[in-house]
Write a protein that binds this ligand. Structure first.
Ligand code: UTP
Length: 479
């Protein structure tokens, strides 16, 4: 920030946020410049609106559940879906991939607090034998899909201010895992200031604001702000295949899913899995006032989460969201620029700050509010949104926690089960326990096979077939 800062400081004072500059006069020039540049990022009008709507009324308001019903979805053929429609969808998705209309998009700006790993989450070693990092798994799936469809894919990766440089450096050190670096695009998401319970923007230190990433929903405006949408348009790409950085099982570009999205003329499509048990921490696909919405597990009363559907005997709200979407480029632009902005959510958190004398404060309980955007909040604004069922075993095993559910250990086991299943479907004999977990340690490079079809093709070409009993790592087939 150069020039006279008086105007900026005055605008904060007029907005009742003058405390941001409480220590300004005591700061050295560099520290002043840092504080000013962070302050210049803040949209004071937006903060004022959020304080009035989300903070002033006390605790977070309950979500509107009036007239709520489960959302319809396209069932897998194995669960009653029409096989012909699925084949047509897959053919349409494959045609789009061959025509270069699809790009992969990973949101990787999260803080990964629960995992407690030091570094961008995408650098976390996740595969069972080779311990390859999450980013490498996605990179190789994307590389292999590009080869399969004869059109190398573009890959967009949203980072945060906190992990951007480290993420870029990691790709650089690893030669972008063999991808054309001109097709790998990194951009930062936005950040939002935290406020105390009276709506005052908090300082983290005397010369910096308490800023945090604006949530995965910030991806829509960040795609626009970064110029990614124009790049997509220039390349003739109209569909983004959106997934999270913590899920190595994901099919980064799934032709059947992309096909459903295109055939239905959908602006935003979603994958769902049947909830494993009523209290599973997944959002629920629902219909509210005629629109598809995702109601988070924390917002749907337990009574509804446990309710049974008398016609099937299963859960009534069974369709769980796994944060995989196909999103239309121009829909993103409309959401980013139009009047239909995503709503912010309030999260009460412990926020490190300073006291009136500038001394460090590490609160033991929540002392303020962070604001976050969620990408699924775009669904009610999308035309023809379609929810498509997938099998969890083929698409979803996230690494969220250090231990227990959704941890590196459960994800490792799910990868092993997937490799064993692919081998068995291709005709190999693989001893497993009742849960499908193989005794042998297996790893399949995505360059050998990144889904059941591509695996089966590579496997059929192997002659002789390797032994499995002692464990097996299948790397890229030699051309
Ligand atoms: P999570 O909700 O799991 O959050 O993010 P997190 O920050 O990674 O982890 P915790 O809650 O601190 O343990 C789901 C996905 O959304 C991305 C994450 O990188 C992950 O891929 N995300 C989340 C962002 O890109 N930006 C955000 O501001 C939040």
């Amino acid at each position: 920030m150069t020039g006279d800062p008086t105007g900026l400081i005055d605008s904060f004072r007029r907005a009742g946020q003058g405390q941001v500059f409480a220590f300004y006069d005591q700061l050295l020039p560099d520290a002043r410049a840092r504080l000013l540049s962070e302050a210049a990022e803040i949209d004071l009008g937006e903060v004022d609106r959020l304080v009035r709507t989300l903070v002033a009324g006390g605790e977070a308001r309950a979500v509107d559940l009036e007239g709520l019903a489960p959302a319809p979805y396209e069932h897998l053929p194995s669960r009653g879906g029409d096989p012909r429609s699925w084949s047509e969808a897959k053919a349409a998705g494959e045609a789009a991939l061959r025509a270069g209309r699809v790009a992969a998009f990973t949101v990787a700006g999260g803080q990964g607090t629960r995992l407690g790993y030091d570094g961008p989450k995408g650098t976390f070693p996740v595969t069972p034998v080779r311990h390859r990092p999450l980013f490498q798994v996605f990179a190789w799936k994307i590389l292999a899909a590009g080869r399969r469809y004869g059109r190398p894919l573009h890959w967009f990766i949203m980072t945060s201010h906190g992990n951007h440089s480290e993420t870029e450096a990691f790709f650089g050190e690893n030669g972008h895992f063999g991808l054309d670096r001109a097709r790998v695009h990194f951009f930062r998401q936005g950040r939002m200031p935290a406020v105390d319970f009276s709506g005052k923007i908090l300082l983290q230190t005397r010369d910096s604001l308490a800023l945090s990433p604006d949530g995965h929903g910030g991806s829509l405006r960040a795609l626009d702000r970064s110029g990614a949408l124009d790049l997509l348009a220039g390349e003739g790409i109209d569909t983004l295949s959106y997934f999270q950085v913590d899920n190595p099982l994901v099919r980064c570009v799934d032709p059947a899913f992309i096909g459903w999205h295109l055939v239905r003329g959908s602006e935003m499509s979603s994958k769902s899995v049947s909830k494993a048990y009523p209290e599973e921490k997944l959002g629920h696909f629902c219909i509210r006032k005629g629109n598809v919405v995702v109601i988070e597990y924390s917002d749907l009363p337990l009574g509804l989460q446990r309710e049974k559907d008398p016609s099937t005997g299963g859960l009534r709200y069974e369709a769980g969201s796994i944060a995989i979407h196909a999103i239309d480029r121009e829909f993103v632009r409309r959401m980013a620029r139009g009047a239909d902005g995503l709503p912010f959510h309030r999260a009460d958190k412990k926020i490190a700050t300073v006291d009136a004398a500038g001394g460090e404060v590490r609160p033991e309980k929540a002392n303020g509010v962070k604001f976050e955007l969620f990408v699924f909040d775009a669904l009610p604004f999308a035309r023809n949104p379609v929810v498509v069922e997938t099998s969890r075993a083929d698409d979803f095993s996230p690494v969220k926690n250090a231990e227990g559910v959704d941890s590196p250990a459960t994800c490792r086991a799910d990868q092993l089960r997937q490799f064993a299943r692919w081998l068995r479907s291709a005709g190999a004999s693989v001893p497993t326990d009742a849960s499908g977990l193989p005794a042998a340690s297996l790893e399949v490079s995505p360059l050998f096979g990144y889904d059941e079809d591509s695996f089966a093709e590579s496997w059929s070409r192997l002659d002789p077939k390797p032994a499995i009993a002692e464990g097996l790592c299948l790397e890229a087939p030699t051309p």
